[in-house]
Structure formats: C-alpha cells, structure tokens
Design a protein around this ligand. Structure first.
Ligand code: MN3
Length: 204
C-alpha cells in the first residue's frame, strides 16, 4: 500500500510566499486524499500495489479498465505533489544555475525568457492543472502543461520543475489572482534540486 510521505519542511517554511495553512491543507488533506483513493483503487490488485507510482503512470494502458482513471488521477496526484514539495524550499529563488542553467539559456535565450514562458504557460492552464519544465522523449528541455493530475511521465517525459496551479494551491491566500501566486512562487524554487533532477535524468 502507498503511504503519504511527510512534507520535507514545516508548513510555514515557504511563507510569506505560500501560507502555512495552504501547505497544511494541501499536504495533509489534498495529497492524503490522493494516496487514500489510490489505495482504494488498488485494494483488489496486490500485484499492482508493489509497483512504483512512476511505473503505474507509465503503464496505465495495461491496467484493468475499471481502475485506470482512478489510478491516473490519484497516482498522478501523489507523484506530482511529492515532486512539487521537493522543488521548493525556504530561501529559494534566484536564477537557474549549473548545467540546467546553461541548458535553459541555450534553449530559451535567457533565464528571463524561460521564466516568462513558464509563467505564461502556468497562467493559461484552463481550470486545474500543472506547468512543467521537462525533458521530452527527444532529449530536449521544454515547457509543457498537463490537465488535472496528469503527469509528464505518462507521456514519457521527465519532470525537472513543476508548478501546481489548482485553485487549492493558492486560493486561500491569493483568491482568484493566480498570476500573483505564480510570481510569488519563483521566490521559493529550489534551483539546487532542479539541477539535481536534471543531472539525474542525464545520468539515466
Ligand atoms: Mn495540489
């Protein structure tokens, strides 16, 4: 069975950019619900309970049809949120560094151009979803979005950086002002972790 992994910092660590109360609800209620619902969906499939979230998400087509949507939403929800917590930290922000910094400059022209493109993608996700920096199947980095709890790994892409733009991620603090939340979020991005993610993918 899957368990809710602890948040890697305390609820207030990302203040003033993201409120402690948002983080508490987001982790303890929203992510917890994805874990519980995934376990419910897999109740009768002990062999699937042993697979990793990433394997379940990349092999959705092989799963029994009656649990496919539940696994897509809830394994996706658990996987995406754990990834999301890890690319943020207290006193984060600044610009991309290291190999990913170089790659971003090469691909987008400058860090600011990348930031603009990523923010633009995040702002224009219709309804609930995510913005990502990924390495796609061809080995190129790219800004993409996914609806709901769909994960880039479902399409064979590897996430490097991700941003949750569901209303539950910001509404208590920013109400309907998603662009303000996105602007604030750049202050908590953990670029060391982003670099680690990128190097991890290169090393695969
Ligand atoms: Mn969320």
């Amino acid at each position: 069975m899957f368990t809710l992994r602890p948040l890697p910092y305390d609820f207030g660590a990302l203040e003033p950019y993201i409120d402690a109360r948002i983080m508490e609800l987001h982790h303890d209620k929203h992510q917890a619900a994805y874990v519980n619902n995934l376990n419910k969906a897999l109740e009768k499939f002990p062999e699937l309970q042993k697979k990793s979230l990433e394997t379940l998400l990349t092999e959705l087509d092989t799963l029994p049809e009656n649990i496919r949507t539940a696994v897509r939403n809830n394994a996706g929800g658990d996987f995406n949120h754990t990834f999301f917590w890890e690319v943020m930290k207290k006193n984060g922000g600044g610009s991309a560094r290291g190999q990913i910094g170089d790659e971003i400059t090469k691909k987008f022209g400058s860090f600011d151009a990348f930031k603009q493109q990523f923010s633009g993608a995040a702002k224009t996700v219709f309804g609930s979803g995510w913005a990502w920096l990924v390495m796609d199947k061809s080995g190129d980095i790219a800004v993409v979005t996914t609806p709901n709890q769909d994960s880039p790994v479902m399409k064979g892409a590897q996430p490097i950086l991700g941003l949750d733009v569901w209303e539950h991620a910001y509404y208590l603090q920013y109400e309907n002002r998603r662009p303000d939340y996105i602007e604030a979020w750049w202050h908590v991005v953990d670029w060391d972790k982003v670099e680690e993610n990128y190097r991890g993918i290169l090393g695969k």
